[in-house]
Design a protein around this ligand. Sequence first.
Ligand SMILES: [Zn+2]
Length: 854
Amino acid sequence: MKDSAPGTVYLSDYAPFGWLIESVHLEFDLDPDATRVKSRIVFSPNLNSPEQEFFLHGENLKLISARIDGTAISPRITREGLTCPVPDGEFLFEAEVEINPAANTALEGLYLSNGMFCTQCEAEGFRKITFYPDRPDVMAVFTVAINGSAGVLLSNGNPGPRGAGHALWHDPWPKPSYLFALVAGDLVAHSDRFTTASGRRVDLNIWVRPGGDEDKCAFAMGALKRAMQWDEQVYGREYDLDVFNIVAVDDFNMGAMENKGLNVFNSAAVLASPETSTDANFERIEAIIAHEYFHNWTGNRITCRDWFQLCLKEGLTVFRDAQFTANMRSAPVKRIRDVIDLRARQFPEDNGPLAHPVRPDHFQKINNFYTATVYEKGAEVIGMLKRLVGDKAYAEALELYFARFDGQAITIEDWLSVFEDVTRRELCQFLRWYTQAGTPRVSVKEEYDSGTYTLTFTQSTPPSAASPVQRPQIISIAVGLLGANGDEVVPTQMLELTKDSQSFTFEGLSGRPVPSILRDFSAPVILEHEISDAERAFLLAHDTDPFNRWEAGQALARETLCYMATSDARPNPDYLEGLRTVLRDDSLDPAYRALMLGLPGESEIALALSAHGIIPDPEAIHAARERLLDALAEALAGDLPALLDANAVRERYSPDAAQSGRRALFTAALALWSRRDGGARAASEYAAADNMTLQLGALGALLAVGRGEAETAAFYEQWRHERLVIDKWFAIQISHAAPDAAVAKTRALVQHPDFNWKNPNRFRAVLGALAGNHGGFHSRDGRGYALFADWLLTLDPVNPQTAARMCTAFQSWRHYDGGRQMLIGAQLDRIATAGGRSKDMAEMIARIRAARPQ
Ligand SMILES: [Zn+2]
């Protein structure tokens, strides 16, 4: 189908670029309002491409001059780029353009952040810097000269000669333009060194603004060295330049960017200290540092042929960073957190109007496809592939991948080919994980007859606009069987479901077993298994698989919340009793027990009700969750004081897994205990806290019970000069506000002098927190929707990328009642018909509006 909006790009239309690039020389004369960029590019014909017009991308560029082989030319310039006649063979193209970094608020291309020049080119930002074939399959060796008065001058690759006001960089590894980077400004480095397995000495630098941030780099530096070593040990990948630079930037649309040899990071994803960062911040920083570093091989050395293949680099790199975190910390805890995140962000996407395959086949703005589906489901798919072929074949396939495709821009089919070659198994059915949208439902039926036990699985995926016809997937299902006393009678086996319906038989059992299905969440599916509460409670008490043990508790909590939100049902006593047993088990990791105490979120309950054909009522869901929390606090009242004492950390602060696990259990227990003592203990913990994890945990506990006004004011005074802490201050007030107060709180905070809405971190801290306050966002009078839409419309002309991504707050709108659908629909109409919307926003709103009532 090609009848959608003009400007849509299709995977099926792919054709290679008509020319190859031998080398690129760029020279920047930096100036905030009028930066000059001179380019010298040697093109030669690409004999593998169809005949085509010579076209270079370019947007918002003022062309000063252009030459081919030294002769001035007058190319035709459009809004998208440049065309001109070119010679038949090899030729030298030269251009000089002028750009205005100070006016660039979209934060794509070259822009200014607090007076610092920096770039963001992925996906299509390089075309805002100079005329170029700005597509990932054009790989070239770059040499970059920078002239400017601004302190430190950085680009990709290895440093060449430099002096006052100029620097030269040469990157010997061919790369696509989206990996280009330039940073210039008043910066200081936190430096270290790493020696690779083969003895290459690499200078490591984390660059920050002078005056305050220098002492917040040590943790990220340690994480970088751990990541470099891990990639050598586990994947056999060494770093390949003399220097690895990281720069912290305050105004950044994403978490971080893996530019070759010059990673650019959102300050929030690199700067950390115990006083200003939570344990969760530390863990996230370690993961993002590793993620961007791992891209050096999975993304940079081997890159994507076109942007439809984005999951080639992102799915694999997310999978690798998850393996790294599991190795550095606790594997079960990491797995559970990833599944919580998948269910909160990817499942709603996969089951709503924004559903798309892991490898989409069309888009208008690729920026709108940096999604949980491409990243997180993309990683799940690789985890499943590894389970299906086994660890040994996975390792062999990756070796072959790096050997065969180094220096190339490739596709998902290329990726799967190395697994086919190593295992001699055809993977065309597996490819459906990349081409079909939607979350498969797997239902299971059990049968037991004199020692023989049979599990019958049936799979189906609801059709959607993105995937009208769904065919059966290969699904890896890890199953173990437990005996009546909790012993494992059949250890974990990997079953392969390939058909719509399939049975698997276990012989020689001495009694009817209790099955533990989808262990370690072995596939990104929704498991529909009707078992009794007693059996779930049994699994909660006995399952030897830590993921499924947690999952049994979650299933009980989810079901009891669904009942409580639709009736005056009391909390399930089996759940409360089971949880108490787990909590008392000191042999269990505190981080794991803290996760056990976590209840499913309100939006997850809304989607669960909707899946059962019940229209969710956000107020009733919030009230039910509050009642369950009160019941938990009551049921555990006898245990909480001892739990608090046992898990109070008295040692010097460390963000390691063991200490942060104890703090996680401590703050979870503190939040429950505040429901018993009215927040007295939390207030004293707040006063005594010497680290941000406890300070924020205590403040959250106070706000959740309607207290904490004085502490909130004091927090601001204490941290008003720490921008990343003030982001937290904005967010926590809104996320912990009662549903009927969240909109008023947001209205008050957008008036605050520190609400700098042009900074993406600050915008997300406030408006993202509103969207995350389920009851407040969905307040019956529609004020939450209206306020949110106002701000999307305000941000869009300034920063379309961030505005468009935040539209996802509306994606589940068809699950709600007619009144709310009318209110949301009116806001979507208002945005759709507003003048001057970006292409990014227009595409997102059109896709969300297309949703049919459910
Ligand atoms: Zn990435």
